[in-house]
Design a binder for this molecule. Structure first.
Ligand code: GLU
Length: 412
């Protein structure tokens, strides 16, 4: 079968949005004001490295655009990698500000920006990268090479986009002056904004963004290159902040209606992560009044509706973990009877808890027990800890327990 049902589905979703012409391209950055408003594209990257990318028109899918504010979660990840969470938290908080992206939004007491997803927080985070003493050039180089690892290819900065934003950066310059006056940044306001704007001018495609997002969703390991780009803790921290603050003053509505950690950028992109499953990116340049792409947002809403991507959706999970509990005659066993407990599927906390309950409630006919794991696909760390614990307890209680685990799914 050659049919690629995922790509066909994605294409269909884009077709449905073909005639939607709502919104307007961002015009406060001159280079973005000239952008073609028509492109529409979407990409998915699974945590095992399958990338599906589709564009509405020929060429849409390969189009490069500036990453803008979608750079913020990744710059935050780099700062966290270089320093500790405690150190970074001295300069930038993790509370939603509920205000627009370019508001100052400082904590009343500490004067830290509320979170790394608003401009004030992102300018501060940018300054932490490569240390206080770093030149703008070295800092930007660090960011570019980290982003390239996340995308799995060499990225570049678009100088015209960067220059044109610097011409109209009064707002960001004033934020930087304020941050410097509170001792949150050390560089001159001009250098701090220059460095931040270069970060925003890194060029990406939807496929790049889907892989960058999927790296976070995959706990920091790149799903395609297999390289560990950041730690699991950093990936978790970044996605947590994206969930509460990624969509600025629309963050609450976004979480309720789409339900994924996400981040948008004024170039027209939105990225989202489904932890442990997917990285998603959609792109179309026309924005709504909150600065989010109208059609990219609609793509996310459609996917959410059809594919059940909402993090809070309570779907019934998998099959039951205890496949069967039976007895077999075995002359060498205690009382000539052995109980065979067959487990199956993926074993996480919920599954292990159910297994333990089934074992506790079972009336064993003899002391001889076989725990058969051959139909188990995977055991996560808490599932493994629990199974080892009840294996040890059964043995301590005097059971003659044999674990059958031909594939070694139960790590020691
Ligand atoms: N470079 C833009 C700014 O700082 C990014 C804003 C955005 O994408 O939301 O104004």
């Amino acid at each position: 079968m050659k049919d690629d049902i995922v790509s066909e589905y994605l294409k269909e979703q884009l077709e449905q949005l073909k005639d939607n012409s709502e919104g307007a391209v961002a015009d406060y950055i001159p280079e973005l004001a000239h952008a073609d408003p028509e492109p529409l594209s979407v990409a998915f990257c699974t945590v095992d490295g399958q990338v599906y990318a589709q564009g509405l028109r020929e060429g849409d899918v390969d189009l490069e655009f500036s990453i803008q504010s979608m750079s913020k979660p990744f710059a935050y990840a780099l700062a966290l990698e270089e320093h500790t969470l405690d150190h970074v938290a001295q300069f930038v908080g993790m509370e939603p500000s509920g205000e627009a992206f370019n508001e100052l939004s400082l904590d009343g007491e500490t004067k830290r920006p509320m979170n790394p997803m608003i401009n004030a927080g992102a300018i501060t985070v940018n300054q932490l990268i490569n240390g206080e003493e770093s030149s703008v050039e070295d800092r930007v180089e660090k960011i570019l090479s980290f982003f390239s690892e996340l995308a799995g290819r060499e990225l570049h900065i678009d100088q015209p986009t960067c220059d044109s934003e610097l011409q109209t950066s009064d707002r960001n310059l004033s934020l930087a002056h304020m941050l410097r006056s509170y001792g949150m940044i050390q560089d001159t306001a001009h250098d701090a904004v220059d460095s931040y704007v270069q970060q925003c001018s890194i060029m990406v495609t939807v496929s790049d963004l889907s892989k960058m997002a999927a790296t976070l969703a995959n706990g920091g390991t790149h799903p395609v290159t297999g390289k560990r780009v950041c730690s699991n803790e950093v990936a978790l921290q970044v996605q947590s902040v994206m969930a509460s603050a990624g969509m600025y003053n629309g963050a609450g509505r976004w979480m309720a209606s789409v339900g994924l950690p996400a981040k948008s950028g004024v170039s027209g992109g939105i990225i989202g992560t489904l932890p442990g499953r997917l990285g998603i990116a959609a792109f179309s340049p026309k924005l709504n009044e909150n600065g989010n792409s109208v059609r990219a947002k609609k793509v996310f809403q459609r996917l959410n509706k059809h594919m059940g991507l909402h993090l809070m959706a309570t779907e019934k999970r998998g099959r039951v973990a205890v496949r069967s509990i039976t007895t077999v005659e075995d002359e060498k066993a205690d009382k000539g009877i052995t109980t065979v407990i067959r487990l199956q599927g993926d074993i996480d906390f919920n599954a292990a808890e159910k297994i333990w309950r089934a074992i506790r409630e079972h009336e064993f006919e003899s002391n001889s027990v076989i725990l058969d794991l051959d139909k188990v696909d995977e055991i996560n760390s808490v599932g493994g800890r629990m199974i080892r614990e009840f294996r040890d307890r059964m043995i301590a209680a005097g059971m003659d327990l044999t674990v059958v685990d031909s594939d070694g799914v139960l790590a020691q």
